[in-house]
Design a binder for this molecule. Structure first.
Ligand code: FDA
Length: 497
C-alpha cells in the first residue's frame, strides 16, 4: 500500500530480480518485488493457464489488438490475427529499427523462452566481461546458477530415437556433413516429464509445441525455481500488475518509488508511492534502460553517469529456415525445447540454435536462431516531445549477423544441395532480421555501474539484470544473466547491508 516502507525493492521478476530476491531474503532482508505483468497462476476458460503456440489468444500478447508472431508467414500465408488487447505474456515491443520480444509476468522471460541453458565457452565470456574474474564465475557462480535454475541435459540415448527430436538429428547430420561442431546444450525442461509426454502418459506441453506463450507443464520457469524458494523464506512479497514509473531520492534517505497499479486492459487503477532503502533494477535490458534513461533525463536521478542507456545490443539474433529434400523430413511432432546448437563462433562468428518449428505438420524445414558476433551497439535516449525513450538501432546493422549466419548455412546448403526457405518472414524473405529475443545492455557493468552492479551516482541503487551485459553473450543469455546476478548479489549482501 501507498506510504509503506521496505528495506529492499526489486523492480521486475525475471532472472536478475529472482536471484536478488532469493539471496536477500535468505540473508534475512525483507524484499518486495514489483512486476508489471500478470501473476500467471489462474487458468483461463479452457482450463489452462497459457495459450498454445499455434492458437494465440488474449493471453498471448502484451497489449496488442493483433498478434505479432516472430514467424509471421507460412507457405505464403500471413499468420497474424486479431486478438483482444490484454496484459498477455509476450511483449513484441517495437522500436524504430527492431522489435524486441520479452516475457511479461511473474517469472519474466522464463515464462516464454525456450529454456536453452547455455554456459558460454570461458574464453568468450572473458572477452565480453573482462573485468569479471572468469575463474570465479566458472568455479562458483555458473555452477550455482545452473543448480538454482534446475538445468539438466537430455538423455542422449532417448534423444537418438525420440520422434520429437527428428528435427534436431537432421540438424546434426547437416552440421556434421559440413564439418561444423554440433554441441548438445542443456535445458531447464523436466526431461522425465517430456518422456512421459512422448509415451502419452501426461498432458502434452513441449510436445504440444507450447513455448512462446508459456508452458503449462514440464518447463522449470522461475516460478518453480528461484521464485518458489524466495517465497518459501516468508520474506518476499510480489505485486503483479504493478509498474514502476519513478525512483527518486527520498528526503529522509533511501528512495521514493512511484508505482502504477494497472488492470488487464493496461489502464491505471491507482498510483502509489512507497519508500525503500535499496532499489534493484531488474526490469530487463529494455525495462531497466528505459527507466534509467528517463529518470536521468527528467531530473529524477540526475547524478547517473553518461553510460546510462549505452552499449545495447541484440545478441546478434537472426533467424532463418532451410528447405530440406524429401528424404530429410524434420517430423510433424517437434519438441518446443531446443537441445543443440552449431558452434561456428571462432571461424564465422555464429552460434546457431537448432530450433523447432512446431507446426504440427511435416514441413521438411530446418529452422535456426543464430547468435552472432555483431559489433553494433545502440543507445537509448529520452524524447521530450513524446515522453518516450527511443532506441537508435539501425535495421541495416543486421547484415553483419546475416553474413555470420551465412558462414554456416550457405555451406550446408551447398553441401546438401538445398536452399533457404523464403516464406517464413514474409513473401520471398529469407532472414528474420527485424527482431531479437535477447536484448542485452543499456547499463553496462563497470561503466554505468561499478564492477558489481552498483549504479554510479547513488548509493543503494543497483542494476542486476541483462542490462549489465554489453550487447552480446556469445550464446543464449539467461544462464549468464543468472550467474552474474549470483556473483553480484553475494558481494552486495556482504558489503552493503
Ligand atoms: P526479464 O526480461 O526476464 O525480466 C524483467 C521483468 O521486469 C519482466 O517480467 C517485466 O515484465 C518486468 N518489468 C519491466 N519493466 C517494469 C517496470 N517498469 N515495472 C515493473 N516490472 C517491470 N534465453 C536463453 O538463455 N535461452 C533461451 O532458450 C531463450 N529463449 C527465448 C525465447 C523467447 C521467445 C524470448 C522472448 C527470450 C528468450 N531468451 C532465451 C532470452 C531470456 O528469456 C532473457 O534473456 C531473460 O529473460 C532476461 O532476463 P532479465 O532478468 O534481464 O529480464
Amino acid at each position: 500500500p501507498t506510504g509503506s516502507h521496505v528495506p529492499a525493492l526489486v523492480i521486475g521478476t525475471g532472472y536478475g530480480g529472482s536471484v536478488a530476491a532469493l539471496r536477500l531474503a535468505r540473508a534475512g532482508i525483507a524484499v518486495h518485488m514489483v512486476e508489471m505483468g500478470m501473476a500467471w497462476n489462474t487458468p483461463g476458460p479452457d482450463g489452462k493457464i497459457f495459450a498454445n503456440t499455434t492458437r494465440p489468444d488474449y493471453r498471448s500478447f502484451w497489449l496488442r489488438t493483433r498478434t505479432k508472431q516472430p514467424l509471421s508467414n507460412f507457405l505464403g500465408f500471413p499468420l497474424d490475427k486479431d486478438v483482444p488487447s490484454h496484459t498477455g505474456i509476450l511483449d513484441a515491443e517495437d522500436f524504430a529499427g527492431i522489435t524486441v520480444y520479452q516475457g511479461r509476468g511473474v517469472g519474466g522471460g522464463s515464462l516464454v523462452n525456450g529454456g536453452m541453458a547455455v554456459t558460454p565457452r570461458r574464453e568468450n565470456f572473458a572477452a565480453i566481461l573482462p573485468t569479471v574474474d572468469a575463474a570465479e564465475m566458472y568455479s562458483t557462480y555458473y555452477p550455482r546458477a545452473n543448480a538454482g535454475l534446475g538445468v539438466t541435459s537430455v538423455d542422449q540415448t532417448w534423444w537418438e530415437s525420440a520422434a520429437c527430436y527428428q528435427y534436431a538429428r537432421v540438424g546434426r547430420k547437416h552440421a556434421q556433413r559440413s564439418g561444423f561442431p554440433f554441441v548438445f546444450v542443456p535445458n531447464v525442461y523436466d526431461w522425465d516429464y517430456m518422456k512421459q509426454e512422448a509415451a502419452g502418459a501426461v498432458p502434452k506441453s513441449a510436445l504440444d509445441g507450447e513455448v512462446i506463450y508459456g508452458n503449462n507443464a514440464g518447463k522449470k520457469s522461475l516460478q518453480k525455481t528461484y521464485l518458489a524458494q524466495a517465497a518459501a523464506t516468508g520474506r518476499v512479497t510480489v505485486s503483479a500488475l504493478h509498474k514502476v514509473t519513478s525512483v527518486t531520492p527520498a528526503a529522509g534517505g533511501g528512495y521514493t518509488v512511484a508505482i502504477d497499479q494497472i488492470d488487464t486492459t493496461g489502464a491505471t487503477l491507482a498510483s502509489k508511492t512507497v519508500t525503500a532503502d535499496k532499489v534493484f533494477f531488474a526490469a530487463g535490458s529494455i525495462g531497466t534502460s528505459k527507466l534509467l534513461t528517463r529518470l536521468k533525463a527528467t531530473g529524477a536521478l540526475p547524478a547517473l553517469n553518461n553510460e546510462i542507456g549505452k552499449g545495447w545490443g541484440d545478441n546478434g539474433n537472426v533467424m532463418c529456415g532451410r528447405a530440406n529434400h524429401m528424404w530429410d523430413p524434420t517430423g510433424k511432432l517437434q519438441s518446443s525445447m531446443p537441445t543443440a546448437g552449431i558452434d561456428n563462433w571462432d571461424a564465422g562468428g555464429a552460434f546457431a540454435e537448432v530450433a523447432p518449428l512446431p507446426t504440427g505438420i511435416e514441413t521438411y524445414a530446418s529452422f535456426y536462431l543464430s547468435i552472432t558476433k555483431t559489433p553494433h551497439r545502440a543507445e537509448f535516449t529520452y524524447n521530450p516531445a513524446t515522453g518516450k525513450v527511443d532506441l537508435s538501432w539501425d535495421r541495416a546493422w543486421k547484415q553483419t549477423s546475416i553474413d555470420a549466419a551465412k558462414t554456416i548455412f550457405d555451406k550446408i546448403n551447398a553441401k546438401e544441395g538445398t536452399i533457404y526457405r523464403t516464406d517464413l518472414f514474409g513473401a520471398y524473405k529469407i532472414w528474420g532480421d527485424h527482431l531479437t529475443y535477447h536484448p542485452l545492455g543499456g547499463a553496462v557493468l563497470g561503466k554505468a555501474t561499478d564492477n558489481h552492479g552498483r549504479l554510479h551516482g547513488y548509493s543503494g541503487l543497483y542494476v542486476i539484470d541483462g542490462s549489465l551485459i554489453p550487447g552480446n553473450a556469445s550464446v543464449n543469455p539467461f544462464v549468464t544473466i543468472t550467474a552474474l546476478a549470483e556473483r553480484n548479489i553475494e558481494r552486495i549482501v556482504a558489503e552493503d547491508f
